[in-house]
Write a protein that binds this ligand. Structure first.
Ligand code: FAD
Length: 430
């Protein structure tokens, strides 16, 4: 089969790229073809926190998060497809035992305001008003981002793929790309588990498996894959939640009015309104090094680390140890109850380990790779790819069409920005 562009991987990045690219290609001629060897979202994306936080110490990334949030927050109204967007707000805070982190937080709030991102510096009293039941030390300060929130990761990936198909893309699920075909320094196609496809351009968006596809071409990616643990507890007040339809593909019946569906939480004043929906803001506790966010559809609250166990490197992505350590479960429950004692009586609701792809500077690799014409890679999003997927998809579509990239600064993400011998011992800094 002849294709215009091949996209390898059906996570949030692959589906976003396919959606944006298909809208720009000739649907009746050679299509965009996306391959996913399992199900859509079966890699990191389906198990992601999918938190949409604009707060970031790096202004390039903060701008991308801002623009992506605008895209996510209007997505349901624009397309009629549900992605489970919830504007709960995001609260990032640090305490007196960490003065450096508090200082950075102050500076970041100023920088974010300069980018037009609504962020307020809040103190203990306001923190307690925003999150009834929170326990923080005197001297704690926070950055309150009322516009942030989260999406449902699986619904989002499915919605992106559905829109890609509507625009003419072909999604081949259960089909594995086995080999990238190159002739005379140019991409000519790929061998897959259902035969050969020819194309002049191919995007490797295969998460932790990207390196495996590029290695036979002599390309080494500066990416490491680690196992990332999350624990879940039953969501506080989950019995008060509104019912949501279970069908993944349901189309919002009322997707006609932006105001109606954009934010049922914001329309009712005061924090008690939030509680009545069972939701509280996403909380990022820099002092304890952990975060939590409600997952209303599953009626559970997710707990994870803000830092990464960069030493827990997987030699092979297929060797992920799915068992979550008791040490992590105990630590995360302790941190939760210290911060939110009102969770003390909530039961455990499972746990998971999943893949996290990291680069030495904690930013993704996006762009041409290996000096082979038509070969592109997008991976290594270091724990914050979901929030950026809309602008990355749009920018990669421009890149593939040889247009000027307007949605992000391509040089900051160039796969060739590392010279080798990088120091991998750095920590992620908020
Ligand atoms: C626990 C956790 C929490 C996170 N929380 C957040 C968050 O709150 N906010 C945020 O912004 N980001 C978050 N992230 C990061 C975010 O989820 C990732 O950056 C993002 O999901 C990466 O998407 P992807 O499409 O690049 O990769 P993946 O989702 O891993 O997709 C790659 C796909 O490629 C497929 N594939 C592999 N090889 C082949 C092949 N040869 N042929 C065909 N298909 C193939 C795989 O099956 C897989 O589905 C989190 C990540 C983790 C692990």
């Amino acid at each position: 089969m002849h294709a215009e562009i091949l996209v390898v991987g059906g996570g949030v990045m692959g589906t976003s790229i396919a959606m944006h690219t298909a809208q720009r290609t000739d649907r009746l001629g050679k299509p965009v073809v996306l391959f996913e060897r399992g199900e859509l979202g079966c890699g990191s994306s389906g198990r992601s926190g999918a938190i949409l936080r604009q707060y970031h110490g790096n202004s390039v990334v903060a701008r991308m998060a801002r623009d992506s949030l605008r895209d996510y927050s209007t997505f349901e109204a624009r397309t009629g497809r549900a992605i489970g967007f919830r504007r709960t707000g995001v609260l990032i805070f640090s305490g007196p035992s960490s003065p450096e982190s508090c200082q950075r937080l102050r500076e970041n709030v100023e920088m974010l305001k300069g980018l037009g991102i609504e962020t307020d510096l809040v103190e203990k009293k306001e923190l307690a008003e925003l999150v009834p039941g929170i326990e923080v030390k005197p001297g704690t300060i926070g950055a309150w981002e009322p516009e942030g929130g989260f999406v449902d990761p699986i619904r989002t990936v499915n919605a992106f793929a559905a829109l890609a198909r509507t625009a003419g893309a072909v999604t081949r699920l259960g089909v594995e790309v086995q080999e990238i075909l190159v002739e005379g320094g140019k991409v000519v196609g790929a061998n897959t588990s259902e035969g050969r496809y020819s194309a002049k351009k191919i995007c490797i968006v295969a998460g932790p498996w990207s390196a495996r596809l590029l290695k036979p071409l002599g390309i080494e990616l500066p990416v490491r894959t680690i196992g990332s643990e999350s624990h879940f507890v039953v969501m506080r007040d989950s019995d008060l939640l509104d019912e949501e339809p279970e069908d993944e593909s349901y189309v919002l019946r009322e997707a006609l009015s932006f105001d109606d569906i954009q934010d049922p939480v914001e329309r009712v004043a005061g924090s008690s309104a939030r509680a009545s929906l069972g939701l509280h803001p996403v909380l990022i506790d820099l002092e304890q090094g952990f975060y939590l966010r409600c997952e209303p559809r599953q009626r559970r609250t997710r707990l994870g680390k803000t830092d990464y166990d960069c030493d827990k490197v997987l030699s092979d992505a297929d060797q992920l140890e799915e068992q979550v350590s008791q040490e992590f479960i105990d630590w995360s429950r302790r941190a939760l109850i210290k911060l939110m004692p009102t969770y003390a009586n909530e039961a455990d609701a499972g746990s998971q380990t999943t893949w996290q792809t990291m680069t030495p500077d904690f930013q993704g690799l996006i762009g041409p790779v290996g000096e082979i014409e038509g070969l592109y890679v997008m991976t290594g999003f270091s724990g914050h790819g979901f929030k950026l997927a809309p602008v990355i998809g749009a920018g990669v579509a421009q890149m593939l069409m040889d247009e000027r990239i307007t949605t992000f600064e391509a040089e900051s993400f160039s796969p060739s920005r590392f010279s080798g011998g990088e120091d991998w011992s750095g920590r992620f800094v908020f």
